[in-house]
Ligand binder design. Structure first.
Ligand SMILES: O=C(CO)[C@@H](O)[C@H](O)COP(=O)(O)O
Length: 229
């Protein structure tokens, strides 16, 4: 399969209706979501708790596109197989989550899944220089991880630009996560990102006619980006 460099919107289901995940996933996919982003938090690496492998397994049958599982947990290695078996298409681990990111990426690859590496806002790009050839995606956090609805940290734009240069022609996705809105999405897309995670910006305003509102929100993000590319 050829590498897809086009813009992809990956709604974070952390902002979805927790009583209706199946319907929420079906709604965002029907309304133009390209990937489904699942935020896994452990109450240790980040100050919040979310989805264990059984929850991810329950999401799986509803996801028809691509399920991208972002592990904000430490230690991470003991849980990789469980999230792979639960049905993740890509597993992303944080470079800050342990001393052996190279081993962690090898462990993800050994499951047959795609591998991503993530950096918190305060972590320099140099920390992933020597694993770039092993990964399918780099996730640049533009908020401190743990919660949806936070304000975008603007240093992520220059970081994205520099990462795009570091990557060159290699088939590696650049994903941005945190505070993505119609104002910030064009900045990171122009800097070289191709996968934008959006929680609040997709799920906001969806109490009545939820699916329609999600569709409007996804289209607004896509058109904000296409206006600058
Ligand atoms: O990983 C995280 C937070 O740690 C994100 O995926 C957020 O869930 C994105 O939410 P918004 O900033 O788009 O509301």
């Amino acid at each position: 399969m050829s590498f897809d460099r086009s813009l992809k919107i990956a709604p974070s289901i952390l902002s979805a209706d927790f009583a209706n995940f199946g319907q929420e996933i079906q709604a965002i996919e029907a309304q133009g979501a390209d990937w489904v982003h699942v935020d896994v938090m452990d109450g240790h690496f980040v100050p919040n708790l979310t989805f264990g492998p059984p929850a991810v397994k329950a999401f799986r049958p509803h996801v028809k596109t691509f399920m991208d599982v972002h592990l904000m947990i430490a230690p991470v290695d003991p849980y990789i197989e469980a999230y792979a078996e639960a049905g993740a298409d890509m597993i992303t681990a944080h470079v800050e989550a342990g001393p052996h990111i190279h081993r962690t990426i090898q462990a993800i690859k050994a499951t047959g899944k795609m591998a991503g590496v993530s950096l918190n806002p305060g972590t320099p790009l140099e920390s992933i220089e020597h694993v770039l050839d092993l990964v399918d995606m780099v996730l640049i956090m533009t908020v401190n991880p743990g919660f949806g609805g936070q304000k975008f940290i603007h240093s992520g734009v220059e970081k994205t630009r520099r990462l795009r240069q570091m990557i060159g022609d290699r088939p590696i996705h650049i994903q941005i996560d945190g505070g993505v809105t119609t104002e910030t999405a064009p900045l990171v897309a122009k800097a070289g990102a191709d996968v934008l995670v959006a929680g609040s910006a997709v799920f906001k305003g969806g109490s009545v006619d939820r699916a329609e509102v999600y569709g409007k929100n996804i289209r607004a993000l896509k058109s904000a980006v296409s206006a600058v590319l």
